[in-house]
Design a protein around this ligand. Structure first.
Ligand code: NAD
Length: 451
């Protein structure tokens, strides 16, 4: 089970390891060259896969304890999502790692050769958030291991059951000389950030993203920042609003809206807005029944702080459906707000919860202006039948990803880079893009000594 290491974490039987000693220990392993061979990388990925399959239920239990995450959702968006990413990597890794050559014969003669080779970086730090606390931790870890790095794994303290499960399970399946889990909150992360890493991969909010980047700058360490923001959904006139409403509800209310790429708000014209309000009310009832609190397909808010924050946003605009809350169980009903004005509280911050405001605009021109007046979002969605609308949105706006017709689906395509731009992040991962993120593509030129 333990993939190619000394048994268990014997380096540290009596409590948390000092961060400097921990990084030194992992770096020493990296410098032996042990993590470079394809066989080691495959063993780690296979180990991770085994952990996810053998402990599906344990992980789903932990996700339920942390977020009331419905079991089907836990499998779909965390466990199986991570397994699919690992499988895709296992299938393609050898090809992704193969050196590429360029022709230099015209410059240096027939016997000269040149190309690039893909080198691991060294010791990587992965810091994960609480909303998809397994997937957003394990998929970057898989990428860092596939690229041949040693990894310090930092789960979110705000998802304590998942954090504990990962800390317990990961060392049983991975090379503990090269992979270590550090649990904890701000003090522990701050202590880690003082160390020199070869890459830091952070998923979370922009405020902490800045802290991470500042700390990284001290060591000239490259960073990937997977951040959030308000992802708009433009609904064109003349579309099938029932179908749009079903797809919007599915994306918005999964994980009780606590998804970085969830549609944050809708932009549409006044007539479509009216029809959409009715259709969303029906779509929510169809999905979660008359009382979503009783539905086993609906999650809860992560903690009281976020519950209180979200409750404060429910007064914006006009209540179309939902609005019920229960602090004891951290329940907030799937809620739609109509006729919301751009300066109301719900439009001033990333919602990150089950509240969907509809903002009315005259049409595409105003929608594009509205989007471009704000921070570049992590995703932009649009429902339209018009190619010209697609092309204009693609050409005239900037966002991490662009999805027509099916919100959030782009991130399940491993060949597509997943990442933000501007305030929504820096860098990308998934599939081959993880290899690029966690590797250095080294230029290599070989000119013979004799002619
Ligand atoms: P969080 O509070 O769990 O924080 C993420 C990590 O940062 C944790 O491991 C935490 O320990 C660490 N951290 C927190 N404060 C710190 C500090 N002062 N110094 C050092 N480390 C610190 O997660 P969050 O930020 O609440 O997550 C929600 C945000 O993340 C939203 O903005 C969301 O859009 C974004 N997000 C983005 C993605 C993406 O893939 N782009 C995915 C999920 C969430």
């Amino acid at each position: 089970m333990n993939a190619g290491s000394t048994p268990a974490n014997t380096a540290n039987p009596s409590g948390p390891e000092d961060p400097a000693a921990l990084v030194a220990r992992l770096r020493a392993t990296f410098r032996t060259g042990r993590t470079r061979p394809l066989a080691w990388r495959v063993r780690q990925l296979t180990g991770l896969r085994e952990m996810l399959t053998e402990h599906r239920e344990d992980i789903a239990d932990a996700l339920h304890a942390d977020l009331g995450k419905p079991r089907a959702e836990a499998y779909r968006s965390e466990v199986d999502f991570s397994i699919r990413e690992i499988d895709h990597t296992l299938e393609n890794l050898e090809e992704w790692l193969s050196p590429q050559s360029v022709d230099v014969s015209g410059v240096f003669g027939e016997r000269a050769s040149a190309g690039t080779q893909v080198d691991p970086l060294g010791v990587v730090l992965v810091i994960a958030p609480w909303n998809y606390p397994a997937q957003l931790l394990l998929v970057p870890v898989a990428g860092a291991l596939a690229a041949g790095n040693a990894v310090v794994v930092k789960p979110s303290e705000m998802a304590p059951a998942t954090s504990a499960a990962v800390a317990r399970l990961l060392p049983r399946y991975l090379d503990t000389d090269a992979v270590a889990v550090v649990e904890g909150g701000v003090p522990e992360t701050t202590a880690l950030l003082a160390q020199r890493f070869d890459h830091i991969f952070y998923t979370g909010n922009g405020t902490v993203g800045r802290i991470v980047m500042r700390a990284a700058a001290e060591h000239l360490t490259p960073v990937t920042l997977e951040l959030g923001g308000k992802s708009p959904a433009f609904v064109d006139s003349g579309v099938d609003v029932q179908e749009v409403a079903r797809r919007l509800a599915q994306a918005k209310f999964a994980n009780a809206g606590q998804t970085c790429v969830a549609p944050d708000y809708v932009l549409t014209d006044p007539a479509t807005a009216r029809a959409l309000e009715t259709a969303l009310t029906e779509a929510i009832a169809q999905r979660y029944g008359a009382d979503p609190a009783a539905s086993d397909a609906y999650g809860r808010i992560v903690n009281e702080r976020h519950f209180d924050r979200l409750s404060g946003l429910l007064g914006s605009g006009r209540l179309v459906t939902g609005g019920q809350t229960d602090r004891a169980t951290k329940y907030i009903a799937p809620t739609v707000l109509g006729g919301v004005k751009p300066d109301e509280p719900v439009m001033r911050e990333e919602i990150f919860g089950p509240v969907l405001p509809i903002v009315e605009v005259e049409g595409l021109d105003e929608a594009i202006e509205f989007i471009n007046d704000r921070d570049k979002p992590l995703a932009l969605y649009a429902f339209t039948e018009a190619d010209v609308t697609r092309e204009r949105l693609a050409a005239e706006t900037s966002s991490g990803g662009l999805g027509f017709g099916l919100p959030m689906a782009h991130l399940s395509v491993p060949e597509l880079p997943f990442g933000g731009v501007g305030e929504s992040g820096l860098g990308a991962y998934h599939g081959p893009h993880s290899i690029e993120t966690f590797s250095h593509r080294k230029a290599r030129l070989d000119v013979p000594l004799s002619a």
